[in-house]
Design a binder for this molecule. Structure first.
Ligand SMILES: [Zn+2]
Length: 184
């Protein structure tokens, strides 16, 4: 039995109470996820695994860390974010009641359990930031909330009009003053 997520359990099988811990870093063997974001093939997947021998088989507990990549569901910007999930699955000895997972040839293969847990935890509507403003309905451009990269854009026409009324028009203020005086 081979595979990136296969662990040996020969030394604890049928010895209830025995426990082993493993740390793995495995590249994802394929793309996990079909939505806007996915864990891409080759993305490192970190596992902290605890194998416990119990009466029915091997109880596998694992914390899984990886990174999903894709696009924001609102503005289509590329995003990447960490994903962490925990699993606990019983790998039963062969011949026991039907279970999802079995100990095979003194090994357990965690790949299906890990993949399914990751895929289920991926967001259906991922966003680049919680308050992503999405796309401008007029231009189709991203409605940026930040900073710096838009200095070269033309001034909004509404503000351009106001620029005609800046305080350095020397002839404006005295005239206003005269009007105010007449009214009072
Ligand atoms: Zn966004």
């Amino acid at each position: 039995m081979t595979g990136p997520f296969v662990l040996p359990v020969r030394d604890i099988a049928h010895r209830s109470g025995e426990m082993r811990e493993h740390e793995l870093e495995v590249p994802a063997p394929g793309k996990w996820g079909e939505g806007l974001v996915a864990v891409e093939a080759g993305e490192p997947v970190d596992l902290d695994v605890r194998l416990e021998s119990v009466h029915e088989g091997i109880l596998v507990s694992a914390t899984i860390d990886s990174t999903y990549r894709g696009v924001c569901g609102r503005c289509l910007t590329d995003i990447a974010a960490p994903v962490e999930v925990e699993i606990q699955e019983l790998f039963a000895y062969p011949g026991s009641e039907a279970t999802d997972f079995e100990v095979q040839d003194d090994h357990v293969d965690l790949e299906t359990a890990v993949r399914d847990a990751i895929v289920l935890s991926l967001p259906f509507q991922p966003v680049c930031q919680p308050d992503c403003p999405g796309l401008d309905p007029a231009t189709g451009e991203r409605m940026a909330t930040s900073t710096g990269s838009h200095d070269s854009e033309p001034i909004d026409p509404r503000w351009a009009a106001l620029q005609d009324y800046t305080p350095d028009h020397d002839d404006e203020a005295p005239r206003l003053g005269v009007e105010n005086t007449e009214e009072s």
